[in-house]
Write a protein that binds this ligand. Structure first.
Ligand SMILES: [Zn+2]
Length: 369
């Protein structure tokens, strides 16, 4: 009986913390009303969370006349989470604070390798990165690692990655080596987490990075499919016997809509779009073709899921500029919608994956507290 009471109390305290974290800034009255807790209970939880250093009382909410209410928010330096996005030739590091604000990021050239030396390099650079942030070790909640491939989160395992040319790579060893709690997920999954934060409703996220992937958000949680296989949008068939895909097949969407396919031989995405803006004919032609293929994919996803579609990743961030052209092409494919208000673009671009993985660790902290 006593145990049940304690458990209820712990759960309610966690709910209060989670609500404050989600809201950003919220008054005590609102906490009490939204969670259906009495005011004395709410105040007791807030007091305990404040004393523990997780919650601060600050600012004032705008109110119409009368006394202004003080607001509660999460203490930003109560803890931090790191994110690491692994690619073939580099690791992108990010650090977010307890309010999920980006504190620092760094991209370090570390060529991927299949052996133990890579874990050592990862752990080393992580240590260097974290030292530079000046954050004390015991304030780091953990490290979220994102990888280009199919991941088993529970087993902390990269099941396979065509990009990295590796199968069944476990990150439990890295966890021991680094001394931090680690979580792994696919790069598209991490990016989806960052890009969909604060959005309501079902959503399909289409990630246009060096490879194409995505995620499906249904009823406020990610639909993973059997063995985490969902969201492999890059291997939907765009054309029979079409361009060669890195998976070995032909005509996959990846070969048409990856950031690489768009960038071509240009040194960077920025360089490519600079040429487009200067009306370089060949670049403009490639963008046009790219938008046609992308429009068909967007339309297919809209037909299959019937919900909002969010386009993100390295290429996605640039496409906002060409929204009108894309809209027109989408509507040429999609005869069932009257407009493209279901289509939107991501904001986080290059660091979305690592950022999302770090954000998830912060959320998990509040879920588990
Ligand atoms: Zn493929």
């Amino acid at each position: 009986m006593e145990e049940n009471r304690r458990e209820t109390k712990r759960m309610n305290k966690a709910r209060v913390a989670r609500l404050i974290s989600e809201a950003g800034a919220i008054s005590k009255n609102e906490v009490s009303a939204r969670l259906g807790l009495s005011m004395p209970t709410t105040l007791q939880h807030v007091k305990e969370l404040t004393e523990a250093g997780y919650v601060v009382e600050n600012g004032e909410l705008e109110s119409t006349g009368g006394r202004k209410a003080k607001t509660l928010s999460i203490a930003k330096d109560a803890g931090y989470a790191a994110g690491m996005d692994i690619t073939m030739d580099a690791i992108l590091f990010v650090l977010v604070n307890m309010r999920k604000e980006l504190v620092r990021k760094a991209r370090i050239r570390v060529p991927f390798a299949k052996d133990f030396s890579y874990y050592e390099a990862m752990a080393n650079w992580l240590r260097v990165f974290l030292e530079q942030t000046g954050v004390e070790e015991d304030k780091i909640l953990g490290v979220g690692i994102t990888l280009p491939g199919v991941v088993n989160q529970k087993e902390k395992l990269l099941r396979h990655s065509h990009v990295l040319q590796v199968e069944n790579m476990s990150f439990k060893g890295f966890e021991e080596l680094s001394g931090y709690r680690c979580e792994v997920e696919s790069d598209a999954g991490g990016a989806a987490y960052a890009e969909t934060a604060g959005r309501s409703g079902d959503l399909v996220y289409l990630s246009l990075n060096d490879t194409v992937g995505g995620a499906i958000l249904l009823n406020q949680s990610f639909y993973k499919g059997a063995e985490d296989r969902s969201g492999q949008f890059g291997h939907m068939k765009r054309e029979r016997n079409g361009r060669l895909c890195y998976c070995g097949g032909r005509g996959c969407l990846d070969a048409y809509c990856s950031a690489k396919a768009l960038q071509g031989d240009e040194p960077s995405m920025e360089a490519f779009f600079e040429k487009v803006r200067k009306r370089d004919r060949e670049s403009k032609r490639r963008l046009d073709e790219y938008l046609e293929d992308l429009a068909a994919a967007v339309s297919d996803l809209r037909m299959a899921f019937g919900c909002d579609i969010l386009v993100g990743g390295k290429a996605g961030g640039y496409l906002k500029e060409f929204r009108k052209e894309l809209d027109r092409k989408v509507l040429e494919c999609d005869r069932l919608d009257l407009d493209t208000s279901f289509l939107d673009f991501g904001k986080c671009q290059a660091e979305a994956s690592a950022y999302g993985a770090a954000m998830r660790l912060v959320d998990r902290f509040f879920e588990e507290m």
